[in-house]
Design a binder for this molecule. Structure first.
Ligand code: MRU
Length: 351
């Protein structure tokens, strides 16, 4: 795969459209190397999403939107005026690349709605404009959520975050890390404890990197260290992102979030979920209906290329879990904040 750096990379660039090509920051190499991979076809983008080159719910939605532009270019090149039929397999492949984060299906659906309104002429510029809008809207949503989430925090306090819901997981700025950035700038956060987030280590590799890059004090901890940290006092909030929020406010997020929320309830720590409305799936009544991605157990059985468990050991690798709405104090979206979420409140938010 060709690699290239189109511009000075920063933790703000998960995906870039440059000169007719899609550039994705190779997140599996971070923080050791900042490198972009270049994409010219939709199947390659789908593969990048599946294999975690790009990850984080909003970022995979943005990448898929650009993937649709590449699909349209191929379909128009191959089928001319019949491009709308020719593009369908690529759309389906992109939408199916990962099952839990609904932003992916949402972005492909939004691009498809536009496709259905177009005629047989060259669609590339129109679809590119839409993909750029999806990207820019996500960035703006994160800024807004940053302000709204920061308002909820009575600081100064320490907070815990899980996985990576930062700039690199989104169109820019971040959801949970967006709130943390804004609250830190307002003097409301003293220190962020980042769970390392087994098995992909998004906390260690990405969250610690982003926060250090932004000059925000961060301490890495093993996922199992959160309970004793909370018991010691001084933690005001758990702040996380989400991959899908059901109509009743149940929240799917990185495996371990549920456990963290249970711990938070026991210790009187509040839980904030920051996510754009593209993460809300009003078609699912509760979190029980959210499809949970199971990945290869090998991701768990080895670490850094070294086998950890005995050969033949069974392992399960669900990579998300569902936190019941009852354990969530606030869902922060770009449209507003829902405190103690219920179906009625989520309906009111989503219209
Ligand atoms: O498997 P990943 O790394 O894609 O999981 C990411 C998460 O669980 C994030 O917390 C979530 O997508 C929110 S990102 C703004």
């Amino acid at each position: 795969m060709e690699t290239n750096i189109p511009t000075t990379p920063t933790p703000d660039d998960a995906a870039l459209w440059h000169d007719g090509r899609l550039y994705l920051a190779e997140q599996r190499l971070l923080p050791d190397r900042v490198e972009f991979l270049v994409y010219d076809t939709a199947p390659a983008v789908a593969e990048a999403i599946q294999s975690m080159v790009v990850r984080g719910a909003p970022a995979i939605g943005v990448a898929a939107a650009y993937g649709v532009v590449l699909a349209a270019r191929s379909a128009y090149g191959a089928a001319g005026r019949d491009w709308q039929a020719a593009i369908v397999p690529d759309l389906e492949r992109l939408a199916a690349a990962r099952p839990t984060a609904v932003n992916l299906a949402w972005a492909v659906r939004r691009m498809r709605a536009l496709i259905d309104r177009l005629d047989g002429s060259d669609p590339v510029q129109t679809l590119l404009d839409e993909a750029l809008s999806i990207h820019a809207e996500d960035r703006a949503a994160n800024r807004r959520m940053g302000d709204l989430g920061a308002e909820l925090i009575e600081g100064p306090t320490d907070v815990i975050t899980h996985c990576n819901a930062g700039a690199i997981a989104t169109g820019g700025y971040g959801t949970a890390l967006g709130v943390i950035r804004s609250a830190y700038a307002a003097g409301k956060i003293r220190r962020v404890y980042a769970d390392e987030t087994r098995p992909w280590m998004q906390g260690a590799r990405l969250t610690a990197w982003e926060l250090m890059d932004s000059g925000i004090p961060v301490t890495l901890q093993a996922d199992g260290a959160a309970a004793s940290l909370m018991a010691g006092g001084g933690i005001g909030w758990v702040i996380v992102g989400s991959d899908r929020i059901a109509a009743n406010g149940d929240v799917a997020n990185k495996i371990g979030t549920y456990g963290l929320a249970v711990l938070a309830k026991y210790h009187g720590v509040k839980v904030m979920v920051a996510a754009p409305t593209s993460t809300v799936d009003m078609e699912l009544a509760s979190g029980a209906e959210i499809p949970i991605e199971e990945r290869d157990p090998e991701e768990l059985l080895s670490c850094g290329g070294r086998r950890l468990a005995p050969v033949g050991c069974a392992a399960r690798n669900p990579v998300f879990d569902v936190t019941p709405a009852a354990l969530v104090d606030a869902i922060v979206t770009e449209r507003g904040v829902v405190l103690a979420p219920t179906t009625e409140k989520m309906r009111a938010l989503m219209g």
